[in-house]
Design a binder for this molecule. Structure first.
Ligand SMILES: [Zn+2]
Length: 236
């Protein structure tokens, strides 16, 4: 965001014949900056954890062979992103004026496995934060690429998605092999973040007061908003 310095995490997976860019970040310049890492590959795909603008507006900065997302992203590219871009350009002096969102051209509904030769990436649908959420698991590296399905304080957009969010967090918590988790924002962590988010969402569902351990003003606002959406008190 112009004038602010928060970060979005991405990853580049380099296989024997193909490479994958997990999240294209917020500006085409973000992808131009990493294009030298992809120079030797003829086949490079992008994958969006979800169609929130900060995870997918960099795609124009590189010539990707395909763009992969969960199928609900198509609807969000059609109806939500153009409106979001309009708002961003109005608020931040046309910082995204030349950016054209690139919708996925390869979608899946439940699971999609990609073989990179020496490792695999298992993409799985994970609706919760948004209806088009997906995560990527790399068994050989015991790593989960989680996007905004986990966050310091989970950002609830639609209370109707929370039961599905809880279901998916519980499912991934039964994968004891996972050693590291890359969230969409914040440090690389482990399954404890899924556990923390699960407890938080269950408490909100049960309308119990929730205390949060953050002094980050952004997440304090998110917590207030979550409590309002879920109809419960803010806690300490
Ligand atoms: Zn995000």
């Amino acid at each position: 965001m112009p004038g602010q310095n928060w970060l979005v995490n991405g990853a580049i997976l380099k296989g024997e014949k193909m490479a994958l860019v997990w999240e294209t970040l917020a500006y085409p310049a973000d992808m131009q900056a990493v294009s030298f890492l992809l120079a030797k590959f003829d086949f490079v795909v992008a994958a969006y954890s979800h169609a929130d603008w900060d995870h997918c507006l960099g795609t124009n900065g590189f010539s990707f062979s395909n763009v992969i997302a969960q199928q609900n992203a198509i609807r969000r590219f059609k109806f939500e992103l153009p409106a979001t871009l309009k708002k961003l350009n109005a608020k931040y002096s046309k910082a995204w004026e030349d950016v054209c969102p690139v919708p996925p051209d390869f979608v899946f509904s439940d699971k999609l496995n990609l073989d990179f030769g020496s490792f695999r990436l298992e993409l799985s649908s994970f609706p919760g934060h948004t209806p088009d959420g997906m995560v990527g698991y790399i068994p050989e590296y015991k790593m989960l690429l989680a996007g905004d399905s986990v966050e310091e304080i989970p950002v609830i957009n639609d209370p109707k998605e929370v039961p599905s969010w809880i279901k998916h967090l519980k499912k991934w918590l039964t994968e004891p092999d996972i050693q590291s988790v890359l969230p969409g924002h914040g440090e690389i962590t482990d399954l404890s973040l899924l556990e923390k988010n699960l407890k938080y969402l269950i408490a909100l569902m049960e309308k119990s007061p929730v205390d949060v351990e953050t002094d980050n003003p952004f997440y304090l606002d998110v917590h207030q908003e979550n409590c309002k959406l879920m109809g419960c008190s803010v806690g300490k």
